[in-house]
Design a protein around this ligand. Sequence first.
Ligand code: GDP
Length: 200
Amino acid sequence: MSILLEAHFVKSVAEWRDLPPDTGTEVAFVGRSNAGKSTAINAVVRHKLAFVSRTPGRTQTINFYSCGEGQRLVDLPGYGYAAVPLKERKRWGELISAYLQKRHALQGIIAIMDARHPFTELDRQLLAWLSRSPPYLHVLLTKADKLTRQEAHNTLRACTEVLSDILPSATLQLFSGTTGMGVSTVQKLIWNWLHKKTPG
Ligand code: GDP
């Protein structure tokens, strides 16, 4: 797991032509703005790598972090922030859908959803792109520390059902970057993906 802890920033990319060479292995984080993506990334690498913000939607670039020879974590820009101009949102959609569907290095995707508002319309649109592409998908239901035990139980059950309809091979878990709930599970999964090991 130590490779994750060594993750460091490589570059920010706004255009397809600027992506790093499509070699090695990558795991990408994607999610609706403010769902807790930056907090999740920082919890997984155990240091401040991604910018945690109260102003969602600021980062419209794809950020690459190296965590070993040819192994990268990829922070995709958050979606669904209304203040981002339409033209910019369209460009976002084109770049992200192309990245998710065409990138050979991409082994797995960590989709971040707020456990209190999972599977929004935009989340479903994103998952529809993924269901046409080969990489593995794992959903983190973040901010789970805000749920009672009963709510957490119900959320997990309902989300498992929804996800199995959308993409049966995908997996999911409750997560909290704030309390550390579920962090070691997702670290192991990412490590396996970066080393091209199948889930399970
Ligand atoms: P991003 O826009 O998806 O990168 O979201 P951020 O990581 O910037 O988080 C958005 C807000 O949610 C911030 O105020 C975070 O402190 C808060 N947050 C993120 N993850 C958690 C979590 O697991 N638990 C709690 N209680 N708050 C969280």
